[in-house]
Design a protein. Sequence first.
Length: 174
Amino acid sequence: MKAIPVLEIMSKRLVTLAPDASIHDAARSMRERDVGSLLVVHEGKPIGIVTERDLVTKVVAEDRVPSEMRVEECMTSPLVTVEPYQEVMEAAKTMAELHIRRLPVVDGENLVGLLTENDVLRVWPALIEITRQRAEMAKQGEGNGLGYCESCSTFSDQLGLSHGQLLCPACGET
């Protein structure tokens, strides 16, 4: 697979809000802007992220009142971030290993974009599945698996980890 920097596929359309904003305002902003997450910024620096899942698990499921709750009480923090020139493959591995679907992109301390699982899937539809397989295989200490070869992209039921890649038997021999 060709190395692609995160910068080339990330979304530059960022929706941010302050940590003292209400959850009600956050949910309304998500609806109005048709986004599934908001980046929380304090004094120009990203400090957290609020996702639809956060709203469900930390507000609705706990029967809390959105207008009485602040974003900082619901946000996920500290942020897991990626740099703009990092390869998409490495960012996708991080997403798969940590079971996250969004990575804020920071250049130094400056928020410059957001990489989502959907951004990655538009470029490499099989990449997320490959990285999830790799993470699962590594977690279980297994050497064989089912999925797509990272070298030739053929489907195999005998994938093995070789030099940090999931490879079919033919590619693993070279």
